[in-house]
Design a protein around this ligand. Structure first.
Ligand code: DAH
Length: 349
């Protein structure tokens, strides 16, 4: 420091004295502004003034001023730490900090049981060579109904009495909250030639009276495979493989004849009730079986409409409700529990 030009040396003495005198955060801040302030800081002014000096001065004063800057910054940090430590010490002595108080627990978030179930199902399908695609939740009448062979006056529309979006479009261009994930079958066949193997997870909406197994919003997984030589046996084998992977080899499924306009033949996929093991209870509406979804062989007319030769290719399709599978997996007796957002319920998973 003895090489410092006089004014820098003088500034150093003043600054260090003032720092020692600063007794709290407010005084520390003021000190910092006095010496380092961007506009009028005293050290800042010296550094800024260098430009006007001769080369020799610039060298000697510049070196000294920069060394002082480093020194003062370190002194400032040290003084700040010292003041803080002193404040904590005073608080402890005065009893203001109770070091025996237990910390608040960190609460960990978790995945919703329906999300967990969905992921397990997708994992089962992708391990069998299916890929995951998605479709829009607000859908055109065309994809949700028309292209699936459900024209405007078809009685099958009653099954999907639903929620329409108020938009100035009508007919096939009317918009609705999709009632199922099946429209994604059409969207996929429009884009892709066989072989096709896809699963489509997503939400579906219906104007529905709720009960233990019905909600107005639900999660579905759609399955579609189109290839040469596919039969109903492939459909049943695929679904059984997935269900056994999820529930173990003991669980049974059955296909019961049913009608969906976009498949021929069509079936309802059912699984024996987890709650009563088939005896009949409130959860399965006394039947011993719970409907997991629909399935069937893709209607040849749809294949043809999509430009797929129905003499060469066949397809199978299925759509499953994930909440019902989650009910089975976790033994939840009422579907409505999933969306009441009661943490006492959700924390169990
Ligand atoms: N989309 C139907 C529903 O939500 C379920 C369904 C039935 C999907 C048959 C299919 C199928 O893929 O082939 O009620």
């Amino acid at each position: 420091m003895d090489l410092m030009p006089d004014d820098v040396l003088q500034l150093r003495g003043e600054a260090l004295d003032a720092l020692t005198a600063a007794g709290d955060d407010g005084a520390l801040d003021a000190w910092h502004v006095t010496y380092f302030g961007r506009k009028d800081g005293r050290l800042t002014a010296i550094l800024r003034g260098l430009a006007a000096r001769s080369i020799d001065e610039r060298k000697s004063i510049g070196a000294a001023a920069n060394a002082l800057k480093t020194e003062l910054e370190a002194a400032y940090d040290a003084r700040r730490d010292e003041l803080r430590a002193a404040a904590v010490r005073r608080a402890l002595e005065g009893g203001a900090i109770d070091v025996t108080l237990p910390p608040r627990p960190h609460t960990r978030g978790g995945l919703h049981p329906v999300t967990q179930t969905l992921r397990r199902i997708l994992a089962a399908f992708t391990s069998m060579g299916f890929s995951v695609v998605e479709g829009p939740e607000v859908e055109l009448d065309y994809y949700n109904f028309e292209a699936l062979r459900i024209p405007a006056d078809h009685p099958a529309r009653d099954m999907w009495d639903t929620l329409w979006v108020d938009a100035p479009l009508d007919g096939q261009r009317a918009l609705l909250m999709r009632t199922h994930t099946s429209p994604a079958q059409i969207r996929t066949m429009e884009q892709q030639a066989p072989p096709i193997r896809i699963v489509v997870p997503g939400r579906a909406y219906r104007f529905e009276a709720t009960d233990t197994t019905h909600e107005w919003m639900m999660t579905q997984v759609e399955v579609l495979a189109v290839d040469e030589g596919l039969t109903l046996a492939h459909l049943k084998g695929t679904l059984l493989g997935v269900m056994q992977r999820l529930f173990g080899s003991g669980r049974r499924i059955r296909l019961q004849c049913s009608y969906f306009p976009f498949v021929e033949p069509g079936a309802e996929v059912q699984m024996d009730c987890f709650n009563c093991a088939g005896a009949g209870c409130a959860t399965c509406h006394q039947t011993g079986w719970i409907e997991m979804g629909g399935a069937g062989m893709v209607h040849p007319e749809i294949l043809e409409n999509m430009g797929i030769d129905s003499n060469r290719y066949t397809g199978f399709a299925a759509g499953m409700g994930i909440e019902r599978l989650a009910m089975q997996l976790y033994g939840v007796p009422d579907m409505r529990f999933f969306y009441q957002n009661d943490l006492r319920m959700l924390r169990q998973f």
